[in-house]
Design a protein around this ligand. Structure first.
Ligand SMILES: Nc1ncnc2c1ncn2[C@@H]1O[C@H](COP(=O)(O)OP(=O)(O)O)[C@@H](O)[C@H]1O
Ligand SMILES: [Mg+2]
Length: 261
């Protein structure tokens, strides 16, 4: 089985504080994971480490077959990982068209500085069609709605056929209709035969789609629990995880969270 991600006893110290502690996590090819944790749990810090923006203070990190430390060049690694995050969203050039933003993913750059090949152009167009973005492909990025921008960024992340696709709270700022549309697109991407492994980061239990059969619960920078989603997302587990009495109802393979009084 191909290893997409292997973390062994990983810790990260920033400004004198341990923000990640003894993380062990393995992702095999074909697995899609939800990463659930409250604000400040360390989710984004963990993702930054996977993308080589942070180097682990302790432990071993291997992403898409590359061990950190010896042979890893951040640039090369990032060509094989697609990421969508709020910090990336803000970095895009507002005057670039949706099509240009998707194309720029082929170079893993912000903005287009190189001439895309014909194959890249065709691919970008296909991605825009697959993600239902084609009708606004030529509009400047800044004129797009939050939901449209988010789709375009996912398209950009897919340009290099990544082995790992990381979505860091992609539904932030979306109304519930745009949110469900985006989730449908994510479900469609995951159904593709050579889909990347997806890590879906959220603090909303409701967003854990059926494709996320594995769930990682992160709390205060530590692994709280990890395993099959059904064993993680239930009333008992989340009541202790959130330290608030909650009830989880499953319907149509989606969990709903309610506070118990
Ligand atoms: N570069 C950094 N320097 C110092 N502290 C950081 C840094 N990045 C994150 N932190 C701290 O680590 C904790 C986890 O942050 P973050 O990973 O953004 O959480 P989450 O994404 O789960 O909401 C927070 O307390 C945050 O302030
Ligand atoms: Mg975050």
């Amino acid at each position: 089985m191909t290893v997409v991600l292997h973390l062994k006893d990983v810790s990260l110290k920033k400004d004198g504080n341990w923000i990640l502690k003894n993380i062990n996590w393995d992702i095999n090819k074909g697995e899609n994971w939800a990463l659930l944790g409250l604000n400040g749990a360390g989710k984004t810090a963990l993702l930054h480490m996977l993308c080589c923006y942070y180097f682990p203070t302790k432990g071993e990190v291997e992403v898409v077959g590359r061990k950190f430390g010896r042979d890893v060049l951040g640039e090369q690694l990032r060509q094989q990982i697609g990421i969508v995050s709020s910090s990336l969203k803000q970095k895009m050039y507002g005057t670039d068209s949706a099509y240009q933003v998707v194309l720029s993913g082929g170079f893993a750059s912000i903005g287009l500085y190189e001439t895309p090949t014909e194959a890249m152009r065709e691919k970008a167009q296909q991605i825009l069609k697959d993600l239902d973005c084609f009708s606004y492909a030529n509009r400047p990025y800044r004129t797009l709605s939050q939901g449209e921008q988010q789709r375009v960024l996912i398209g950009r992340a897919l340009m290099n056929d990544p082995k790992l696709l990381i979505l860091d709270e992609p539904t932030t700022g979306l109304d519930f209709i745009a949110r469900e549309q985006l989730l449908t697109s994510i479900e469609n991407i995951s159904a593709d035969e050579d889909a990347p492994s997806i890590i879906y980061v959220t603090h909303h239990v409701e967003e854990i789609l059926p494709t996320f059969t594995k769930t990682f619960l992160l709390k205060n920078g530590e692994v709280y629990q990890q395993g099959d989603t059904a064993d993680m997302i239930n009333s008992e587990m989340l009541t202790t995880f959130f330290e608030v009495p909650v009830e989880v109802d499953w319907s149509e393979e989606r969990p709903r969270l309610k506070k118990r009084y």
